[in-house]
Design a protein. Sequence first.
Length: 400
Amino acid sequence: MPLVRQAPSLHIRQVLARALEGEPPAPEEAHGLMAAEGADLYALLEAASALRDRYKGRVVTYSRKVFIPLTNLCRDVCAYCTFVKQPGEAGAHTMTPDEVLAVARAGRLLGCKEALFSLGDKPELKYPSYRRWLQERGYATTLEYLRDMCALVLRRTGLLPHANPGLMTEADIVMLRPYNASMGIMLENVSPRLLRPGMPHHRCPDKVPARRLETMEAAGRQRVAFTTGILIGIGETPQERVDSLFAIRELHRRYGHIQEVIVQNFRAKPDIAMWDRPEPGLEDMLRTIAVARLVLQDMNVQAPPNLAPREYRWYLRAGINDWGGVSPVTQDFINPEAPWPKLRELRDVCREEGFELRERLPVYPEYVHRPEFLPDGVRERVQALADATGLVRRELEGPY
Ligand code: SF4
């Protein structure tokens, strides 16, 4: 990607110099950075990269995981979703306990430490047949079933669950917490405008931003190390992206629990309502990652490598310090057309860019030695796997 190595504008230089001294840009300054091009964009990336180096060094992390799509039924209808199915549709499926265990065991054999449970949001409120399926097994809600599947995986395989089931009340979080090393929900975007007719979250009751922020806040009160992030290219404005980053930062300031912020790019696929919408280009992605680094400073910033297979090395130059979960076993069920790069390739790309790739747990190093963030049933397992820095012990890292 050609970038112009010339002098950036005076204003950009001043904003970046302050950010490098630990003073993040104000919202209106960050809005301005979202228009950076040419020399200004080059300077923005350099500043973000320098900040990452200062706070995180030259170690980039990933979590070795299996993906457990517990159910692909959902009551929402996001216009970019390929994961969701309706009961009776080809591919609609809710995993049985045996299926869950089989995936987790396969992961364990290949050195995985994380079981990522990703699933649709409250399908029992929409589909009577699914409600009956749950009731026949003694459950009133998907989240009760999820709790037992997290407990099963933790107990029988030692993989550390990370639940990502959509909106959760504080009571839901309390119920799931004993069996999860961390949990998450993508904020996606803080703008309620995206719920209007013709927008991607129209008729998606679980995508109301205020409710997602409530879930994140409840996780903070319950001391859960929490993953969130933004989804870019779904019809939001650059300013709304930035406002979403500030909303996440504000919650982290209050509770200190946001363990990572994902910057995820929309991918157009033939079978989604947004099939003809443009995808964010590489410069757009880099600009957003770099602004995230400046706004979030020492927080962990992640971008998934499988959604830009030819270009992801550039993310390192924009300030990320993590690749997210990478699976040697399961495909990315949310983006099934986008396989993860081989771990060896990821390691080699990191080396070529001057970084060391290290394995982390689903709970980030910052929280590994803070007992208040680790439930009793999880703490022992985490500490058996982690070294003094909170990363996976070198001798236990999975093979490349
Ligand atoms: S993106 Fe998530 S909430 Fe939206 S339809 Fe798909 S599974 Fe449901």
